[in-house]
Design a protein around this ligand. Structure first.
Ligand SMILES: Nc1ncnc2c1ncn2[C@@H]1O[C@H](COP(=O)(O)OP(=O)(O)OP(=O)(O)O)[C@@H](O)[C@H]1O
Ligand SMILES: [Mg+2]
Length: 529
């Protein structure tokens, strides 16, 4: 791999890269940085957690003229959390150069944003809904934008952001540098690329499989009713540092996070019906480790980079292979190991096979963890906690009492009783979750296709165009059942502006659906029951 010195970057940018602890470039960075520095439009695809943010961030900050007092670059992201995170990375990369960057997303006080915009940032990192809102208010002008980056481009398309992106890009000069990035590039991304990019270079570093090889993947076949018990056993057994548990709907996430709390786990939920404050709090607690289980809808599936996530558990099977790839990609990042477990009900097995086929990776079956294994795991953890405290020598105030007790009781029994108390077993607490419908795949046409030319390592699950706004608009062709207004396929963002209202997902907009994801065409492989 190349070192960053070899790219001919500005010394202030190199300094920032060094401070961030990056020694060598990752494969996607090695390929895209030189091309981006030449100003080539490109589509960049690489596995989750392999540094795509810096792959576009480094050439971008390198290029920005700090004397510029107008917005010269725009990065668009599908969710607020991702916009915040990407903005932080850009900030880090640009700090020695003195670059001004600003995240702009829904749910945050717009007046505050307008005030921050007066400081003349050169780079804006935003979610489409709120960006449009500012454009409409004329608080953001795009006439001088020279570079546009769409992070998680396929997701933005899939969420029905196409109109918003089109409206935004119409206001950006045609003479510009445009780049798209994602770990997954379904064939329909071609349409977006044709429209927005000029003679793009396809850069793909997807070796054989779409998911990072550092992720150990397994599934457990079980019935809906067994899921909660299985989850708590898994957590006890595996003792994750940090885990993300994905649920299908907001209701699921609420019920599940509450249930986990009742059982004594430090868990909280994240979905698009929470206020931005709540969302920020949950993310902060997860990042600093004050909670260790994040229960989330697909709002957390894309792009989020939290170090220390050792486990991803798909409590509910994801809707499509892309979602699977991104969800499990929250672990096993930057070369670290990770484990991804997926719960599959018997009726969903076909869908799981479809995911395996499209992602070109066999997912091994594992047995349901037994109660004995769970207990053993929990006991081990308790012992570790005790030994940890012993080493830190933070227990002196209990020594007097310990001596007294040991004079009267047997030491083994005493310690065992203390451990039982510490282990805090609340297994007798009965938890009942509202069941979710199974996801089912259509029997025929499991072929992995793409329309015409492949986009890099495209695995082409979505061969058809996805119409916009199909879901929730009353059409009968939706592949998702409509009866459950609680569904969320990833909270997207919206700014509460007039045009984004009926597609507002991220804020407190009361619509149950978080996004109007379009149905795939009939020849596609996924359908609802
Ligand atoms: N050259 C590098 N050396 C070491 N670590 C790096 C390097 N580049 C990026 N990283 C780190 O790797 C992690 C993953 O990077 P990033 O979030 O950009 O991945 P990604 O490819 O965008 O993943 P996703 O597809 O999930 O969005 C981050 O913590 C980032 O700081
Ligand atoms: Mg990313």
């Amino acid at each position: 791999m190349k070192t960053f010195q070899e790219f001919g970057l500005d010394s202030s940018v190199l300094r920032a890269i060094t401070e961030m602890g990056f020694e060598e470039s990752t494969p996607i960075q090695e390929k895209t940085i030189p091309l981006a520095m030449e100003g080539r439009d490109l589509i960049g695809q690489a596995q989750t957690g392999t540094g795509k943010t810096a792959a576009f961030g480094i050439p971008l900050v390198n290029k920005i003229n700090i004397k510029e007092e107008r917005i010269s670059a725009l990065i668009m992201c599908p969710t607020r959390e991702l916009a915040i995170q990407v903005a932080e990375e850009i900030e880090k990369l640009g700090r020695f150069k003195g670059i001004r960057s600003l995240p702009i997303y829904g749910g945050q006080d717009i007046v505050k944003q307008i005030r921050a915009l007066k400081k003349k940032p050169q780079i804006i990192i935003g979610t489409p809904g709120r960006l449009l809102d500012h454009i409409n208010r004329k608080t953001i002008k795009l006439d001088d934008v020279q570079t546009v980056i769409l992070d998680e481009a396929d997701e933005m398309l899939d969420m029905g952001f196409m109109d918003d992106i089109q409206s935004i890009l119409k206001l950006v000069p045609e003479e510009r540098h445009t780049m798209l990035f994602s770990a997954t590039m379904p064939a329909n991304i071609q349409r977006l690329a044709q429209q927005f990019l000029r003679n793009p270079e396809h850069v793909s570093v997807i070796p054989k499989q779409v998911s990072a090889p550092t992720i150990e993947q397994a599934y457990i076949e079980l019935h809906e009713k067994q899921k909660f018990e299985a989850l708590s056993r898994l957590i006890d057994m595996e003792a994750p540092d940090l885990a993300i548990v994905f649920g299908r709907t907001k209701r699921r996430v609420d019920e599940l996070s509450e249930a986990l709390q009742k059982r004594g786990y430090a868990a909280e939920g994240l979905h698009g019906d929470l206020s931005q404050n709540q969302r920020d709090n949950v993310m902060r607690k997860f990042r600093d480790g004050s909670i260790d289980v994040l229960v989330a809808t697909d709002v957390a599936a894309r792009g989020l980079d939290v170090s220390g996530v050792t486990h991803v558990i798909n409590f509910d099977l994801p809707q499509d292979p892309e979602s699977y790839v991104h969800r499990i990609g929250r672990t096993g990042r930057a070369g670290k190991e990770g484990t991804a477990w997926t719960f599959v009900t018997p009726r969903e097995i076909d869908h799981l096979h479809f995911i395996e086929k499209v992602t070109r990776h066999k997912i091994n079956k594992k047995p349901l963890p037994s109660l004995a294994e769970a207990i053993e795991g929990k006991q081990k953890l308790t012992a570790e906690r005790i030994l940890d405290l012993l080493q830190k020598e933070e227990h002196s105030e209990f020594k007097g009492l310990a001596i007294q007790l040991l004079e009267q009781y047997d030491s083994v029994n005493l310690l065992a009783a203390a451990m039982k108390l510490l282990t805090g077993d609340k297994k007798d607490l009965v938890i009942e979750l509202t069941p979710e419908d199974p996801i089912r795949a259509r029997k025929k046409k499991f072929d992995v296709r793409s329309s015409g030319r492949r986009v890099g390592g495209n695995y082409g699950s979505g061969s058809g165009d996805r119409r916009q706004g199909g879901y929730g608009s009353g059409g009968s062709g939706s592949r998702y059942p409509r009866k459950d207004g609680n569904r969320e396929y990833g909270s997207r963002e919206g700014g509460g502006s007039s045009y984004s209202k009926n597609r507002e997902y991220g804020s407190n907009y009361s619509g149950n659906r978080d996004r109007s994801r379009a149905p795939r065409k009939s020849e596609d492989t996924l359908v609802s029951k």
